[in-house]
Design a binder for this molecule. Structure first.
Ligand SMILES: Nc1ncnc2c1ncn2[C@@H]1O[C@H](COP(=O)(O)OP(=O)(O)OP(=O)(O)O)[C@@H](O)[C@H]1O
Ligand SMILES: [Mg+2]
Length: 255
């Protein structure tokens, strides 16, 4: 099983929507046994999958009270979710005092790894212990960002955080790349930000996710835009992004 964390400390940039869309496409179109893990106490991904708070959650796993397999929800053929709930906020405090606090998620995933081909971790918008756990468990990280010059400072800060994670916790962590979200090519400041990223040598992926109200509508309806509106332009963009992830999964350097 390869593990991809979808992360950055900035909020509202489409991390959860991207995780869900990738999960649906990798499971349905590529036939990958896909596990999505929601490590955000806000539980946006869990809710967008139509899973309610009554289900058991990842908090129990990280608290050592359950195994990952006990909390998984089967969403579709090849697609599972380890749901979040607000209890994860307490878990983050609990973890702080534990020995091996950065590797709790990694150990839980390794134990369940043979059941899946790929694991996608949807991170909270912070650099707290839950995100650190995700980046320590991951083989690679995907960084969504809105293409605005003001946000690029945050992206650079996040890239330097990844360097620290590599030095201390996870030397083999790859950067899959940065994906621009809410992109509108009619906006000069968006085009400027893209050019700035390219000129600065940032690892920008050649896929641009645009804004569509259908993405938010789909989340409110408990599904991804992929199934909600298959003909949507953003569905096509997410499929392109999933193709990049699929190629990375085929990369024999790691399995
Ligand atoms: N491409 C898109 N077009 C329009 N709306 C979108 C798009 N992607 C996400 N959204 C909506 O924007 C909001 C934020 O997206 P999302 O929850 O995916 O971001 P996030 O980075 O996970 O946020 P947080 O940092 O709070 O976890 C949600 O209401 C979501 O439905
Ligand atoms: Mg989110």
């Amino acid at each position: 099983m390869k593990i991809l964390a979808v992360a950055t400390q900035k909020g509202g940039v489409g991390k959860s929507a991207t995780t869900q869309a990738l999960g649906v496409v990798l499971a349905n179109a590529h036939g990958r046994r896909t596990l999505m893990v929601d490590v955000d106490p806000q539980s946006s991904l869990t809710l967008a999958c139509g899973v309610t708070a009554e289900e058991r959650s990842l908090a129990e796993v990280l608290d050592g009270k359950a195994k990952l397999g006990d909390v998984l929800v089967e969403l579709d053929k090849n697609l599972w979710l380890a749901p979040a709930d607000i209890a994860l906020a307490n878990t983050e405090l609990f973890l702080a005092a534990q020995l091996g606090r950065e590797t709790v998620l990694k150990r839980a995933l390794v134990a369940a790894g043979s059941r899946f081909d790929v694991c996608l971790i949807d991170c909270p918008p912070s650099l707290g212990l839950l995100t650190i756990n995700a980046l320590t468990a991951a083989d690679a990280v995907l960084i969504p960002t809105q293409p605005q010059v003001a946000d690029l400072r945050g992206v650079r800060l996040f890239l330097s955080t990844l360097e620290k994670i590599r030095e201390v916790l996870n030397p083999s962590l790859e950067t899959l790349g940065i994906v621009a979200t809410f992109y509108d090519n009619r906006l000069l400041h968006h085009r400027d930000a893209i050019e700035t990223m390219k000129a600065g040598g940032l690892p920008l992926l050649p896929v641009f996710i645009g804004r569509s109200v259908r993405v938010a509508e789909a989340a409110a309806a408990g599904q991804s835009v992929i199934t909600y509106e298959p003909s949507n332009k953003q569905t096509a963009a997410y499929r392109e992004l999933a193709e990049i992830v699929n190629q990375w999964l085929n990369d024999p350097r790691k399995t």
